[in-house]
Design a protein around this ligand. Sequence first.
Ligand code: ADP
Length: 618
Amino acid sequence: MSEESKTYDFQAEIQKVLDILINRLYKNREIFLRELISNAADALHRFRIVQLEQKEGILDPDQELAIQVSFDEDGNTLTITDSGVGMTYEEAVQNLGTIAQSGTLEFLEELDDTSDVANLIGQFGVGFYSAFIVATDVTVRSRSFTTESKGIEWRSKGTGKFTVTHYDKPTRGTDIILTMKDDAKEFLNKYKLETIIKKYSDFVGFPIRIGDEEKPVNRQTPIWHQPEDEVKDEEYNEFYRQVSMDFTEPFHRIRMNVDAPIQFKALLFIPSRRDRSMTSVQFQDYGLKLYSKKILIQEKAKDLLPEYLRFVFGVVDSEDLPLNVSREVIQVDRNIQRISKSITKKIIEELGKFTKEDEEKYLEWYEQFSVFLKEGIANDQKRREKLLELIRVKTSKSEDKPITLTKYVEGMPDEQEELLYLLGENLRSLKQSPHLEHYKKLDQEIILFDEPIDTFLMMHVTTFNEKPFKAIDQAEPEPPTESEDEKDEDEDKEEEKEKDPFLVGIKEILGNRVIDVRFTDALTDSPCRLLGQGAAAYSRMMRYMTEDYIPQAKIMELNTTHPIVVGLKKLFENDPESSLLRECCFQLLESQELAEGNLKDVNAMIARTTDFMKQLLE
Ligand code: ADP
């Protein structure tokens, strides 16, 4: 570096970021210390990794990895010292003059008054600048970790410019020296500093000392390494807040301490509140923190859990993992796979246990998280049965309180062999569906699936406890015939001959809008119902996914005793060409399609009803 001392401009956004921080964080300004300590810990952590990779040319290799916070009341300064990686001249210019993440300013500007800036700044790579909330001057003295490095000094008043010069620093690491504002002298106090450090930085994995004191203020030992009952609930919750950024209490906490087949410790949290973004396909901000021997090796390890458990937060720490592993390696690592299997099993077990202890509370949770479990049922064949035990269903008899599938099965009469269900748009239209009438007569309960994901679910689920599921809006498959093909054809012909001319007439009118028209005695109150044939779930799925998907034609079944059907039959016998007959047939079909959310052309139907009204009034 030829220049002895050079002044630089901050990146334009920084000044604005500073203004926002100073304004918004005033009441909560003690967090500047958390941010600076977190940077120091980060630098120490990075040094630890350097040391693992490189043995030669390291400055002060034996120096303890620690953080010191010291203050000088007379000099009006507060200093945070670390023995971490330090910064070179270029790094200081680059790292302390620009914001690494683009979009940070826009984000900060958009935050409304209720947003918690204090808990967001760490995420946006602007933590360092929080020093200016309490300081008029910030001086950074740093020396990088190699023996050839030279020390530097960075100075700024936080007003648009900073200066960097060489500085003769004998030791590795960084000192951040704050000259405190007049109204921020309260921080030059041992007790005050101790309280703040304990509050925010208790589990920082390096000793933090105040002044020349021997004893570190913080506990260091990560919470998941402490005996389970020695950690207080508040401490667990505080930790949860740090990993999840969620400020509500977690729904459930799981600790694991496993020795075989692979050693690992885990501390996992199931949130009580679903973040809206979690269900989106684009949601990538998940994953557990993965540690090896207390060193963080991956911030968001996605391969530790199946994707459908992406709502789980926490840490996994294993002695049996290599330290410097890339994402690709983690993906195929057998040990990772073993851990993943073990924690997945545990989470599902714990949820199961929870349902036995407090079903009411579980239901509240379930309302928000059911879609994840259903996604799991669809995708995780191995754990399907276990996951099915965790789902709750509404039924034609359960009113609005969902029940377990086991309970549903227990309520099945002896002659009922299948779990009967109906998929639909919403509970109200499901409850009015003509398909239920037959089963009401038989006093059989029907599972009512009313969520979009249920369609997807039922594409994958065929049995529960070895009992098959059956959609009640589907036509029975043709009964197997003992006869040869030829004979079959004969029978078909015979049947056709016998077929009621009324049914033939209606089929002719409706053309390919229906597969067939027949009579049924399954209905009591409704004039007709529509039965699907084959892959009903598939066709419903397609409807969600493709806008102009044309639903498959269905079989129309008519209730012989219903006045409308009786009337139509009379009309047909008088005049098979009657236009009223024709319009009524379409109206009957389309009303049903509408109720099932399958009507393609609403306008045609509206025009027809208007016509009916006109005729009636005339
Ligand atoms: P973040 O830490 O989120 O990246 P900051 O604004 O807090 O954002 O810090 C900016 C950068 O400055 C850090 O990423 C790091 O490279 C560097 N830095 C800050 N403090 C230290 C330190 N004590 N030792 C070494 N580098 C540091």
